[in-house]
Design a protein around this ligand. Sequence first.
Ligand code: B12
Length: 221
Amino acid sequence: MLKLIIVMIMKNIDNKTYQKYIKRLVEGDRRSCFDIVQSLIEKDIELEIIYKELFTKSMYEIGYLWQKNKITVTVEHIATSITEQLISSLYPKILGSGQNKACKYLGACVPGELHQLGGKMIADLMELYGWDSFFAGANTPEEDLLQEIKRIRPDLIGLSISIFFNFDKMKNLIKSIQSSFPDLKIITGGHAFTLTDNNILSDFKNVRLIKDIDELKRLSC
Ligand code: B12
């Protein structure tokens, strides 16, 4: 039991490392941020932990600092760009995960939604969990997405939303997807769900809100 607890503590990111990382991120020091991520990889910290406890947590803090006028938009843009580069730098580890790719996942951000880091992380994690994963990125036009669904034939669609006022666009997109592909399963997630009750999409069948990474890991096609 004690051993298990020690292993769990070792696998987390300690607060000192996190504080160092967020400081460097605000300074725009991408080399130091990269070094910190490398040191976590060398310590066998799992990708899920790095995504959640380093990238997501620090970007939420960046958002808070921006909201409070403590950092400028430019600082926030630089932090986003560094985080994007770091996520991409970890992709070879995902490629090497070597699981079978029998099920297909297609992730996208709803029309009008420019926040794409979360959706990209989820698409990468799906690949890590054995899915053949595609990611359409920010502000995906409805018609184009439908065309790609026809071409790729995914088993699961993942829609990301950060901005509350994009919910109507998400609902319209889901309606369009379901009228052309009635049996296609859809998962949703993103920061906007923290500002609303979980039932906002309850009228739709085959649509499931995923609240944490463990739930994502358990999905099957
Ligand atoms: C970076 C950023 C931007 C960048 C995004 C660039 C990019 N390449 O992505 C830019 C500059 C474009 C931007 C613009 C705006 N932004 Co902004 N932005 C942020 C910031 C600081 C970080 C976003 C981020 O990357 N987070 C990290 C990721 C990993 O977190 P995440 O998206 O939540 O994803 C996690 C989960 O939600 C989940 N998840 C996400 N998607 C999915 C999908 C599926 C299928 C599943 C299962 C799970 C899942 O898994 C992820 C991993 O843990 C946030 C602060 C915050 N709290 O997030 C504000 C924030 C989201 N922005 C905000 C605002 C207000 C705006 C603007 C309206 C500002 C303006 N006045 O112009 C515009 C709107 C643009 C638009 N139409 O989309 C507000 C949103 C408030 C709201 N919800 O309504 C926030 C919260 C800032 C704040 N504190 O007020 N922004």
